[in-house]
Structure formats: C-alpha cells, structure tokens
Design a protein around this ligand. Structure first.
Ligand SMILES: C[S@@+](CC[C@H](N)C(=O)[O-])C[C@H]1O[C@@H](n2cnc3c(N)ncnc32)[C@H](O)[C@@H]1O
Length: 293
C-alpha cells in the first residue's frame, strides 16, 4: 500500500465529520462574531476543516489563515481547495502562489496558505484572530507551554478539537494481553515524541490555568466500523494508515517482539480487508473564550 499523508487526511474527513462534538459546534456558531471573521488554523494539514466549515454553513465571510509546517500539505491544499470549491459551485481567484479567494453571492473567503512551524509564525504575526482552530493537533505538542503561545494568536475564541484522550481500542480481540501491551506502548511513544496521550482530559486544567473560560466541551471519539461488510467512503484507507502509524511508532520498540508485532499488524490489516475491524479512539473537543490580561 502507498502511504500518503495528504491521502490519510482526506480519508479522515468522514471519520472526523461524525466525531466532532455537535454541541461544541453549536456553541462555536453561537459565539462567532456577526461580521467577516478572522480565523487562524494551526496544524491545518491540507485544509479539510476549511472545507467542512464552508459545507456546514458555519462560515460564509471570512479571512482564513492556514498554517502547517509540511510543504507537502500546503502544496496539496493549494491545488485541492480550488478543486472542491469549484465542485461546490464557488468561484475561485488565485493571487500569488498561496493566496486564494473562494466566493459567490453568499460566500467570500480569503485564504492564506502558510508553510511554517507555527511557533515561528506566532512572533511574526501582527494581527490577532477572532478564532484559533487546532484540530487533531494539540496532542502532538508539549503542554501547556504550547497552548500559551498559540493563545497569542487569538483575542476571542479557541476551538480545540479531536484532542486524544488515552483510549485506543481495536475489536475483535487478537490476544487480550498483546492488544493491551501494544496500546500502552503506542501511547507511550506519543509522550516520548513530545505529545500527550491524555491531552483531552488535561486541557480542562490547562485552560483554567491560562485564564480561558470553557464555553463548551464534549467527546469526539473516532468510531470506525464497516456497514454491510464495507467501510464508508475511504475509511478502509484511514484504518490501514492508523496501523501504519502503529508500525512506524513501534517497529523499533525494545519491549515488543518484532515478529509477534508484525504478525499482529498483518492480522489487523486482514481484519480491515474482511470488514471486521472496529476502531475506537477517545477524544475531546473544547470551545474556550480566551482572556488576555
Ligand atoms: C494530525 S495532523 C492534522 C492535520 C489537520 N488538522 C487535519 O486534521 O486534517 C497534524 C498536522 O500538524 C502539522 N504540524 C505539526 N507540528 C507543527 C508545527 N509545529 N507547526 C505547524 N504545523 C505543524 C503536521 O504537518 C500535520 O499536518
């Protein structure tokens, strides 16, 4: 299988659509300013959240700055955004390599694609945004110091979604003890690479410490299963890619026998092919009001 990160992000869309906490989405809609909104999305990938916010009619007039450190993602976004926008009936204007406008009578969205490490982008940024979006991103970062820096980008709202919260489950069981061990070791690698496998629950405390008011919070679990033996949309690819993450993270782990681990992976991939694998990852969403002293 050819593992492409942009392809994974596209395949993840329908899983995220189901997962996003709709009460938190409603709270976001209720608190958005009634004027063209200025949004910054950090760790934005190829821009799937922008597409979702347009398709779900959550934003219509906005300036949307996407920041991602991977050139591959920004280049993909630059080609892909005009494609879906036109398919949705929106006109597209390009000014410069990384500036796009998608619009019609009801919509007018000015998009800036920025390839940068967000922590280099923050000190250079001159304007404060109405909304900071971090989707499937915060659990990769050292906390709470990263959140404190990210909050410098907003003077109003932070919508912090899909924060992993310590539970990964694959069904059916292959071997109870081995399944648990792989889950535990995978969570440990998240910590070793600077993130937090319980970032969701820890955000309650971090937000309070940073003087941010939680306006809404709720679970946003990924729940992936086949229907009538087939996974919806491109979710079989999503599942294969999740196992690829496991392989990449644990292939050199001293606590795992490589042969046993690779056999476990083979069986899990086979379960996907047979439409048997069920995958659940527990995550939490937040909407917070950011107060600067
Ligand atoms: C799990 S992906 C999520 C992408 C996107 N939010 C989505 O859900 O489709 C995390 C993204 O964060 C980006 N990233 C990681 N560290 C970053 C940093 N320090 N600055 C900017 N982007 C970063 C990666 O390149 C990747 O695209």
């Amino acid at each position: 299988m050819n593992y492409s990160f942009p392809h994974y992000l596209l395949a993840k869309q329908s899983v995220d659509d189901r997962a996003l906490n709709k009460d938190v989405v409603k709270a976001l809609q209720a608190h958005l300013p009634q004027r063209p909104i200025r949004i910054v999305e950090v760790g934005a990938g190829v821009g799937t959240m922008l597409k979702r916010l347009v398709c779900w009619n959550i934003i219509s007039k906005a300036e949307y700055v996407m920041v991602d450190k991977l050139t591959e993602n920004i280049e993909y976004a630059s080609a892909w955004i005009p494609q879906w926008a036109e398919e949705t009936g929106l006109s597209v204007e390009r000014s410069g390599k990384n500036q796009l406008r998608v619009f019609n009578q009801a919509y007018d969205i000015h998009i800036q694609l920025t390839q940068a490490d967000v922590f280099d982008f923050i000190p250079k940024n001159k304007k404060s945004f109405d909304v900071l979006i971090a989707h499937a991103f915060l659990d990769l970062l050292p906390m709470p110091k990263s959140l404190e820096k990210l909050f410098m980008l907003t003077n109003h709202l932070a919508w912090l979604t899909l924060n992993f919260d310590g539970v990964t489950t694959f069904e059916p069981t292959i071997d109870t003890i081995l399944d648990k061990k792989i889950e535990r070791l995978y969570h440990k690698t998240m910590k070793a690479s600077g993130g937090d496998s319980q970032s969701g629950r820890h955000l309650f405390n971090y937000l309070q410490k940073l003087n941010a008011e939680i306006l809404a919070a709720g679970s946003s679990d990924w729940v992936v299963h086949a229907i009538g033996g087939k996974y919806p949309q491109d979710e079989a690819y999503f599942l294969h890619f999740i196992l690829h993450f496991f392989e990449e993270s644990l292939k050199d782990c001293k606590e795992l026998n490589k042969k046993i681990f690779f056999e476990w992976l083979r069986k899990r991939h086979e379960q996907i092919e047979n439409g048997e694998l069920v995958y659940v990852a527990h995550q939490l969403d937040f909407l917070a009001k950011v107060h600067h002293e």
